[in-house]
Design a protein around this ligand. Sequence first.
Ligand SMILES: [Fe+2]
Ligand SMILES: [Fe+2]
Length: 287
Amino acid sequence: MSTIQPRIPDIDWSNGFDPYWCNGSRAITHWFNALSFMLPVGEQYFHETAREVAKDTDLSNDPRLAHEVFDFTVQESMHAAQHRLYNEGLAKQGFENIVEPSIVWMIKMGRRLLSPLTNLAAVCAYEHYTAILAEHLLNSQSKWMKTAPDMALFWGWHAAEETEHKAVCFDLYVAAGGGWLRRASMFIAVSFTFYFLFFMRAYLYLLRKDRELRPQKRGATVSLKHASFALRGPVGFAFAAVMDYLRPGFHPWQRDNRALMEAWLRNNEARLHPIRSSVGKLGATTA
Ligand SMILES: [Fe+2]
Ligand SMILES: [Fe+2]
C-alpha cells in the first residue's frame, strides 16, 4: 500500500496574485518565481522518466514501490499543472518564461543521448534538491510567507508532497539496477545545470525585468539584507545536500522529517483535496 496521497490545493488563480507576495520582498518573491518557471516542464520530465523506467523494471516483488511510482507520477503531474497556472499569473504581470525553451531543449538532448536509467539518476538528483528545499520551506514558512495565504498554501502543499515522495525515484533507481557512480556523476551535472544555466538566469531576468516594469514601486531595491536572507538557507542546505547525497550509503529517508510534513498537512487539511489513490493501479507501473 502506498504512503503517498496526491492532493490538489484549494486555490483560485483567476484573480492573480500580488507582484511581491512574499512579505513584500522583490528579492525573495522572485526567488520563488524563478523556481516556478523551471517546474512545469521539469516535473513533466520527472514523472515521464520514472514511468519509462518502471515500465521496464520488474517490481512484482515490491508492490508498494509500484504503487508509489504511480502516485508520484500523479503528484508531479498536479504540481506541473498548478505551476502552469502560477506562471500564467506571472505572464500577466509582464514576465516571460525565458528559461523554459532551454529546459525543453536540455531534456530532449538528455533523452536522445542518455539511457532512461541515467535520466532517472538526473531526476533523483533534482528530487534530492527539491526535498532539501522543501524541508527548509516547511521549517521557515511561517516567518516569511505571512502576507499571502494562498501562496503559503501553494508552496507548502508542494513542499509537503515533495517530502512525501522524496525516496520514490531513488528506490526505483536502485530497483532498476542503478549504482553510485552514475548517481553521483549525474548529481554533479544537475547541480551545475540547475543553478547556473536555469535558476540564476531566470532569477536575474526577473529582478531586471521587475525594475523595468515597476521602478518606483515597493521593493524597488534588492538590499544586501534581503539577498543574504534569500540565499543563506538554500545555499547552506544545498551544500549539506551535496555532501550527504554523494555518500555511497545515502538514502533519502535517513533524514526522517515525516513529522514536519505531517504537521503541515494536518494544519492545512481543510484546503487540500485528495484526488486519487493508487489502490488497484498496480498494473500501471509494473512491467
Ligand atoms: Fe513536484
Ligand atoms: Fe518531486
